[in-house]
Each structure stands twice: as C-alpha cells, then as structure tokens.
Design a protein around this ligand. Sequence first.
Ligand code: SAH
Ligand code: SF4
Length: 367
Amino acid sequence: MAAPEIMQNLLDFDAAALTEWFAERGEKPFRARQVLRWMHRFGEADFDAMTDVAKSLRLMLKESACVVAPTPVRDTVSTDGTRKWLLDVGNANAVETVFIPETTRGTLCISSQAGCALDCAFCSTGKQGFNRNLSAGEIIGQLWLANRLLGADPDGERIISNVVMMGMGEPLANFDNVVSALRLMLDDNAYGLSRRRVTVSTSGIVPAMDRLREACPVALAVSLHAPNDALRDELVPINKKYPLKALLGACERYLVSAPRDFITFEYVMLDGINDHDEHARQLIDIARQVSCKFNLIPFNPFPGSGFERSPSSRIKRFSQILQDADIVTTTRKTRGEDVDAACGQLAGQVKDKTRRTQRRVMPITQV
Ligand code: SAH
Ligand code: SF4
C-alpha cells in the first residue's frame, strides 16, 4: 500500500508554488487562483466553505492539504491600542506579532525567525540566540491570523494597510521563506498591498539585499545604528562581515529598482554610546552618499541590556543636526511599551513575562 501523502500546508505556497502543486495534481491554474483568494482574501481555512471550487477538488484538498497558521497563545492589548500576539510555533518556540493602529493606517509588525543569530548588542531577540527560521506559512500566517482576529472585512476598508518585517529575526537570513510571504502580501489575489507599504528591515546582509532587489523589491529599512565602522562593529556585529562601504553600495544598488526613492536608516538612540553631536555629523556624510531618511528609535530597555535610552533633549538635538543638513529625520513614537511590544523588546518567551502583562491578557478570539 502507498504511504499516505503528508498534509501540505497551503499557506507555505505563494501563487507560483500553489499553481505548480495544483498542476502536479492535474488541476488548472485558475483553480489555484480561486483557492488562493479563498485562503488569503477571505481568510478561509475550511475547504468545504470554498463554494465555487469543484467538489472533487475540495475532496482532494481535504485529503492532502490544510491551511494552518501558528497558534496564538496570548493576546495582549496596550493602553495605546497596540496589540501583541504571542504565537506558538512548536518545540517550545514562540514568536510575536504586533498590530499598531494609527489614524491613517494600520501596521502589522511581523517576525521572520524564532530568535536571531546576529546578536546586536542592544536587542533582546538577539540575546535569545537563534532557534530556527519560520516557514513561509508561519510568516504569512501572522498576517492571515491578524486579519481574522481583527475582524477584517475583505470588501471593507483595510485594517492592515502596512506590513513591516521588523519583528523577531533577520528577514534576509531567511530569504526564500520571506520572499514567498512578501509575494503573497503583494499579490492581488491574496493581500494586494502596495510595494511601498511593505517594508523589510535588515541589519545589512549585503548579498541578500542584492537578491531582494531582484526577487521582490519592497521598501527597505536598514538598521544603521552607528556612523562609523569601529562603533558599528560593536553594536551590529554583522558589520565586521559587511562594513559600511559595502552596505552603502548595496543601498545605492537597491534604490535603482526600489519602490521608494530613499532608504530608511534606523538608528537606535543609546545614551552616551552613539548619540553625540559628532555621530550626527558623521551621519551627514553618509546621507550625502545615499538617498535616505533617518528614523531615530529611542532605545527600549529590557532587563540586563546594559544600555540606557538617550534623554529626549539629546534625541531632539541629534535630530535637529540632521534636519539642519536637510536630512528628513523622524523619531519613532514608542508604542506598546507597557506590554513589551516595542522595537527590540520582543522576546517570544512564554515563561519570562511579568505579571504586569498578564493582567491585561484578553481571551483569544475564536478563529
Ligand atoms: N533584524 C532586523 C529587523 C528586526 S529589528 C533588523 O535588525 O533590522 C527592528 C528594528 O528594531 C531594528 O532597527 C533593530 O535594530 C531595532 N531594535 C532592536 N532592539 C531594539 C531596542 N532594544 N530598542 C529599540 N530598537 C531596537
Ligand atoms: Fe537580529 Fe535585528 Fe535584533 Fe540584530 S536587531 S539581533 S539583526 S533581530
């Protein structure tokens, strides 16, 4: 007797891969498109509910496939409306997804890895070490799930208008799975988001930046955090492999096919470390080499980090120096801090959280 086929999670497929999987089973491309729309546009997981799909195909799908996103194990709402889900991805690993509502947009911050191998000095995810890459289904599954939990109406106004790959992990170190998920975000039969509203944030893996430009150019944010190699080597260790000159070269090449005509440089403000006037002046030199905007991120502390946030007067002065040199500079509003959902606070550990967050835990909506 033939061994039973392993259930295929269809969330792991972008449109091309789903079409191929269908073709291998004698099914036409338009059938794949139909199922893709049901899954992603309408958030449907039940093949029986896909009413315009032929019965024989539904039967085949029920026998050999499934639509499974990571399981939410905690749903926490911050006083500022930021919502954070802790998702179980098996083997005692958990990742976090954060929804940030604003008046003109809703942004979902998505994780790409359980942990991170790159060990930036100021990052709580980095301190956890690396567990594993998330599958494409686990990455797009965060958007799939958030839409369902937020009650998105496929025919109504979008609740999630922007996606940032700024959760746990280094997206470009999980390239293929991240690109499959990005393609689904952009696909009109799936989420239909504009390329300009999907942002990958990278610590600067130069060859992968070049590959992203060719495979799926979306908006790019680069975690700069230091204006010279000596300091960046300390704060963002991947700099030893891809120093500033190589990084800036990759940024310039990226801009040729990027959907936006600038790179966003993220710069975490660490008290007494990278926030001197001289650092700002060195950044002006960098900004002359690459079309860019700066986004200053007040450091979000976590236990044992050894760093402190620059005082707001310092951040203002730093920002002013850049603005006086005609560099567009914004300071990121810290959101969701009371539930440890702010940048760099995502740790994904179930045990480690304080009672502070548990008090505000909401029951998980049935999905
Ligand atoms: N790995 C990617 C994306 C995830 S981190 C990257 O490094 O770009 C998203 C942003 O949060 C990055 O700019 C990261 O450097 C920053 N960050 C990390 N830890 C932080 C902290 N404790 N406070 C503020 N920002 C932090
Ligand atoms: Fe990894 Fe980004 Fe954290 Fe660095 S800042 S350790 S690349 S998640």
